[in-house]
Design a protein around this ligand. Structure first.
Ligand SMILES: Nc1ncnc2c1ncn2[C@@H]1O[C@H](COP(=O)(O)OP(=O)(O)OP(=O)(O)O)[C@@H](O)[C@H]1O
Ligand SMILES: [Mg+2]
Length: 342
């Protein structure tokens, strides 16, 4: 894992214009034809053209940022966010590892990584103490992106870990022993707060919480935040919620903007100004073993993840993020749309 001072200069890929919460889902098929035959070249080419501007480099973190993508609520966009942010950061020039910590293996699937039962996986790392380097695979379509896949074995790991030595810090140890240089490690957690999620929280300093813009969006978040406090108090003093990302935002509904407003009121500066629109392209991409960045580079979903990645990269080095079209959430939300944090 990289921990030296950094400096490889700015990430080289283009930086998109911001996509605030009003982004629609209509540009995708109008993007120009590819200029390069490789998937990565095609993706980059289309992204450049779709974005219409290039050359604004992104800073790399001066040490590896380990981000835990967690929310014990199911289906809020954890996996979608993990793989698409990871691909976006890689397209911006960073070296990124996705750790699939969910027995469902959705992140592995979405990245086109083989994860049938015999594939060396994160289970072997956690339970059999196998080095992380022996399970990491390069993601075929995106240069600089890697994945430690999850297989179905992982379903038993919550129980098997209980009797093992240092059961909460096995992932942390594996990551610390991993010698490849990395800018980011994104850990996709299962929808629970068991030992797998605890392992992720011990391994990383930053928690990224995706919140779906729907009724009761904040319900259950109190429990997640209390777990973060517990892990910080006992196992990992560096742990903090660094990033909140609003997902599946539908700008046509008043409910979505009310939820966004409420989340911003509760969390303030942790909430990214970029939110992710509800987009058919985003939901289609995994069935082709792709991220939306390669599946449809010019789509609103792709652009919004690129923009969220830009915001995360800038925050990481303390640079103030300037959106071209700043978020304007509803100022007249009358109704309390969630039950608040419980
Ligand atoms: N922005 C979006 N627009 C449209 N569909 C989306 C979007 N984000 C996620 N989805 C879809 O919503 C579903 C749930 O997303 P995802 O699997 O990322 O959630 P999750 O939190 O990882 O779920 P789980 O808790 O089961 O791991 C998926 O079918 C995904 O394709
Ligand atoms: Mg998931």
């Amino acid at each position: 894992m990289r921990s030296d001072a950094n400096v490889a200069g700015p990430m080289t890929d283009p930086v998109p214009g911001p996509r605030a919460e009003s982004v629609g889902d209509g540009v995708s098929r109008e993007t120009p034809p590819p200029m390069d035959d490789t998937p990565i070249g095609r993706a980059a080419q289309l992204a450049v053209e779709a974005l219409g501007r290039a050359g604004e480099g992104l800073p790399r973190p001066n040490r590896t940022r380990v981000m835990v993508v967690a929310n014990q609520k199911g289906g809020v966009g954890k996996t979608t966010t993990t793989v698409n942010l990871a691909a976006s950061l890689a397209l911006h020039g960073a070296r990124v590892l996705v750790v699939d910590l969910d027995p469902q293996g959705n992140a592995s699937t979405a990245l086109g990584i083989d994860h049938h039962a015999d594939v060396p996986s994160i289970y072997d790392v956690l339970v059999e103490s196998r080095p992380l380097s022996e399970v990491v695979q390069p993601v075929p379509d995106v240069e600089g992106l890697f994945c430690a896949p999850a297989t179905i074995d992982l379903a038993g790991a919550e129980i098997e870990l209980v009797s093992l030595v240092a059961r909460e810090s096995r992932l942390q140890r594996a990551i610390q022993a991993y010698e490849q240089p990395l800018d980011y490690i994104l850990i996709d957690c299962p929808p629970s707060l068991g030992l797998l999620t605890v392992n992720a929280m011990v391994a990383g300093a930053e928690v990224l919480i995706p919140i779906q813009c729907e009724y009761y969006a904040l319900e259950g978040l109190g429990q997640l935040l209390r777990n973060v406090d517990l892990v910080r108090g006992h196992l990992n003093p560096a742990l903090h919620v660094s990033t909140i990302l609003l997902t599946m935002y539908d700008g046509r509904t008043r409910l979505a903007s009310q939820v966004a407003e409420e989340v911003r009121t509760h969390f303030g500066k942790e909430v990214l100004r970029t939110s992710i629109p509800r987009s058919v392209r985003i939901s289609e991409a995994p069935s082709y073993g792709q991220t939306v960045l390669t599946y449809d580079p010019g789509s609103s979903g792709s652009l919004s993840y690129l923009e969220a990645a830009r915001e995360i990269a800038l925050r990481g080095v303390g640079v103030h993020y300037e959106a071209q079209h700043a978020h304007t959430s509803s100022q007249n939300s009358q109704q309390n749309v969630s039950e608040g944090i419980q």
